[in-house]
Design a binder for this molecule. Structure first.
Ligand code: SAM
Ligand code: SF4
Length: 331
């Protein structure tokens, strides 16, 4: 079987698929208050197209899919799409990244499907600060969802973007949450993917600074052994139920073992988070591409996967600055 392998010998087994560019929140680090220019509905891939793309990629070695957005649960028919995807025997894992506002009533259904992990984005444990960050007043709802997810059979990971002057004073509170809760907190470096590229930041809170702060409080922390292609460096406090980690999303020290590709909601294929999209699959499909043509296309474009995110960024031709919203990329 032909499998997706790049020119550095990295096997591509993980697809991040954005099912929409729409979102019901307005997180400050992701988009401006008025939102982003969303595309026309017909420019979004249909669920049938997404199913076909995923099926073909799974025949080329992809065994893990993360569904993201925008907010995946705002797209009508998303849960039925999950049911469809769960029939694909070649997929070992389907995971979802969500802001948690709309997922609650679907948890039981998700447990029955192939969904393994829910990444819930929550950047503050304070109602006021959460409202400031997301520009929406729904902390209680999201926190209740967090508790419901923790009690479910789904694995729960929290995504917490560390924002200078906003939530750095909550890092320890988040770690303390892992004392009695069986979940993984992952502190994410903030990136300039926010729809404007501009944010006034007082200090740079990168991997090292986050870790230094944690070590100042817990000098005895020990790293856990992470999967080779993992995006985060994980740690656990002795006796705590959960664990925590740091994702060097912007300092990009994890690129060497990257096994990921992305497809945006409009069908743009991305070999790297930092590239500007290397191929429009939607147009290719709508022009009548056969399965075998799609296979050849995927096999050849992953060969162009850049060695790391810095090279991907340097190769950008049109928009040199990384400033597009994560909501359009699919985080
Ligand atoms: N709406 C869903 C959510 O928020 O979980 C899924 C899409 S969101 C774009 C995916 C992830 O990207 C979230 O965890 C979010 O916190 C993260 N994200 C968005 N903008 C970011 C930025 N500028 N820097 C770092 N992470 C970002
Ligand atoms: Fe929406 Fe997620 Fe972006 Fe927040 S991070 S605005 S929830 S897409």
């Amino acid at each position: 079987m032909d499998t997706l392998t790049d020119k550095f010998g990295r096997k591509i087994t993980y697809l991040r698929l954005a099912v929409t560019d729409r979102c019901n929140l307005r997180c400050q680090y992701c988009m401006p208050a008025h939102g982003i220019d969303i595309v026309k509905r017909e420019e979004l891939l249909t669920f049938k197209e997404m199913y076909r793309i995923t099926r073909i990629l799974s025949e080329l070695g992809v065994n893990k899919v993360r569904l993201t957005g925008g907010e995946p649960f705002v797209r009508k028919g998303f849960v039925s799409f999950l049911e469809m995807l769960s029939f694909n025997d070649k997929l070992d894992e389907i995971n979802i990244t969500t802001n948690g506002a709309l997922i609650s009533k679907h948890i039981i259904k998700l447990e029955e499907l192939k969904i393994k992990t829910i990444n819930l984005s929550i950047d503050s444990l304070s109602k006021e600060s959460f409202a400031k960050i997301t520009r929406r007043n729904i902390f209680n709802q999201v926190y209740k969802t967090l508790e419901k997810l923790e009690e479910s059979s789904l694995k729960l990971k929290l995504n917490t973007v560390i924002q200078s002057g906003v939530n750095t004073d909550e890092i320890i509170d988040f770690i303390e949450l892992t004392k009695h809760k069986n979940l993984e907190v992952r502190f994410i470096e903030e990136m300039p993917f926010n729809g404007t590229g501009q944010r006034a930041t007082k200090e740079v809170w990168n991997y090292t600074k986050i870790l230094d702060l944690i070590k100042s409080k817990y000098p005895e922390i020990k790293p856990l052994i992470s999967e080779k292609s993992s995006t985060s460096k994980m740690f656990k406090m002795e006796g705590y139920l959960g664990s925590f980690g740091i994702i060097p999303a912007f300092t990009r020290t994890i690129c060497g073992d990257c096994n990921r590709i992305r497809i945006t909601a409009t069908g743009l294929f991305k070999n790297c988070l930092f590239d500007e999209g290397v191929f429009n699959i939607r147009a290719f499909i709508r022009n009548g591409a056969t399965d075998s043509e799609l296979k050849q296309l995927f096999l050849s474009i992953v060969k162009e996967k850049p060695e790391n995110g810095f090279i991907a960024e340097a190769n950008r031709k049109n928009n040199k600055n990384v400033s597009e919203s994560m909501s359009t990329i699919g985080g």
